[in-house]
Design a protein around this ligand. Structure first.
Ligand code: NAP
Length: 298
């Protein structure tokens, strides 16, 4: 049995889909407060549902019982209920889950983290504490560190709106990042369950090409045939926000935007030799599908 924690999230839903499509048993952790439409889709796809919350230790102990693997994608950053915070969910909740998985005899935990960044912030320290606890456990572990998800950072939610030809860029926009599609992150997470060289490994995940935010705007202009209106959030403003923030979530958002502004390029050749995954999605494909989706929504 494969327990997916974060099953109602963007990435968790895709992981559950890949698991059920390949005929593997899935137990999806959902909350009483989770979106009923997402919960119904999980149930209809054949996943078993386990109701629980990372703040309720007994519920996660019950969810781990009988599971052989856990794929962990949950985070309080975008989907929050009262009482959810970086401290209660991303740090303590995840540490408790590792304890519960170990006590229940889970064999393999796949953790979705992110790459180390120069600037420190509460979400980063929580992720590092959880990585260290998992590495010290008796279980087989795989720590995946994807870069920026195209579906999040190159989406209207963060100001990159292909349909309306507008883009918000964090920093000057000249540093390159190897944007990754969350669909590919899901493929890697599922493949990690079977790839012998993914056992006890920290693996950085990036997409197939490095593009600066300005390159992405030019690509989007070619696809749409429209000139984009571009707004920049200066790096100095992000540094000031990071330094002045008293709220751990706000400081973490500033830290993540500084990571985007700095850029991150990695050669994936070695990683691709470790995993059997389909060809990675390009930013071009992501932009085209965003445009198509927005046309359907109109
Ligand atoms: N976005 C990026 O560019 C990026 C890059 C690298 C790594 N990552 C990592 O990727 C992971 C997945 O991101 P995502 O986009 O799928 O996130 P998401 O869509 O916000 O999903 C978060 C999930 O966590 C669950 N959750 C939150 N608090 C919980 C709690 N107290 N107990 C149980 N479940 C709880 C949510 O459940 P409900 O639906 O019930 O709220 C939801 O299923 C995160 O760990 C993130 O740090 C993201």
């Amino acid at each position: 049995m494969n327990l997916v924690v974060g099953a109602t999230g963007l990435l968790g839903r895709e992981i559950c889909r890949l698991l059920t499509d390949s005929g593997r048993p899935v137990r999806a952790l959902v909350r009483a407060s989770s979106d009923p439409v997402k919960v119904a889709r999980l149930r209809d796809s054949g996943a078993d549902l386990a109701q629980g919350d990372l703040k309720d230790r007994a519920s996660i102990e019950a969810a781990c019982r009988g599971a052989s693997a856990v794929i962990y994608t949950a985070s309080s950053t975008l989907s929050r209920q009262p009482g959810d915070s970086i401290e209660t969910v991303d740090r303590q909740g995840q540490l408790d889950l590792i304890d519960a998985a170990e006590a229940a005899g889970v064999r393999h935990v796949v953790l979705i983290s992110f790459p180390g960044t120069e600037t420190d912030f509460p979400l980063q320290s929580a992720k590092r504490a959880v990585e260290a606890r998992l590495q010290g456990s008796r279980m087989t572990w795989t720590i995946l560190q994807p870069t920026c998800f195209a579906e999040v950072w190159l989406s209207p939610a963060l100001g990159f709106d292909v349909a309306h030809a507008t883009a918000q860029i964090y920093g000057a926009g000249h540093n390159k990042t190897s944007w990754i599609s969350l669909h590919d992150v899901a493929q890697f997470a599922v493949a990690a369950l079977d790839a012998p060289r993914a056992a006890n490994a920290v693996i950085k995940l990036v997409g197939p090409e490095a593009l600066s935010p300005i390159d992405v705007v030019h690509l989007a202009e070619r696809i749409t045939g429209r000139a984009f209106t571009v707004q920049h959030v200066p790096e100095d403003a992000l540094r000031a926000q990071h330094a002045a923030a008293t709220d751990p979530m706000q400081q973490s958002f500033a830290g993540l935007m500084l990571y985007y502004a700095a850029g991150d390029v990695v050669d994936m050749a070695d990683t691709l030799r470790l995993f059997a995954v389909p060809p990675l999605r390009s930013v071009y494909e992501h932009l085209q599908s965003s445009l198509l989706q927005s046309t359907h929504e109109v």
